[in-house]
Design a protein around this ligand. Sequence first.
Ligand code: FPP
Ligand code: MG
Length: 282
Amino acid sequence: MSWVKEDVVSFFQLFCIKVVKTGRVPQHIAFIMDGNRRYAKKHNEKTAAGHSKGFDKLSETLKWCLDLGIPEVTVYAFSIENFKRSEEEVSALMDLARDKFQRLIDEIDQINELGVRMHIAGRLSLLPEDLRKMVSQAMLATRYNNKLRLNIAYAYTGRDEISRAASLIVDGVKNNELLSDDIDDELVSHTLELGEPELLVRTSGEVRLSDFMLWQVSNSVLYFTDVLWPEFTIWNLLAAIIHFQRHAPPIKDEEPISDSKLQFLEKLEDRRWRDLEKLVNC
Ligand code: FPP
Ligand code: MG
């Protein structure tokens, strides 16, 4: 299956996964999948081939995460800044996404069997209409799965996500769904599309956040590795998790959220699903 690679874990790797699982495993892991173009250059391949290898690595990584019992994975697949790359590269990335989301729709029974729920986070209005429809369809079709939530940050930046949340909150106050006293960091956190990762991994030797999940990583363990994303291995992932186990902060209990905030958030969620249904049916 294209999104979750099968038969990639050997007996010895499974044994190592079991050993790592005796310690604390991050419940949400985020990846900045960097280094695809350098990989392509190193192997005398076209840039598009580097991104395609990057997707294959994502599908391997998802299998490892499922085996590790990690319930949430977020990946930075296309930043709003990436629209500034050459027309040829942007169009190759859009075509790759079209191909992979079409496959997802074709393989929906297998995805549902594995329990993968897809969320595409970002300013979807920036995407070509056909792709926007496809990603909406993927979200709707996997809506009730609960084994692994895969968030794909696409046409995304952290600052843009925070601006969109701020605008939703302003509308909430204007429509009397919220009081201005309700506005606090808890409300902003819940209004954002993405939750807080316990571990953030960036490949390729860059040690920046590049406008990824800026609000959410305030308490995350960060792990940077020199390996290029298409060359990332299960050993790199296990090393990142061992790094997390050495540096993780204590687990905090979630405070219950007030009724007025909860009602606002439930309305937002309903509206999001209705908008997706409209998009798919129009
Ligand atoms: C960063 O490497 C990678 C990207 C901008 C694209 C990542 C996309 C994928 C791995 C495919 C995901 C596809 C779907 C449909 C989810 P880079 O281009 O910045 O490489 P460089 O750092 O070597 O220049
Ligand atoms: Mg890069």
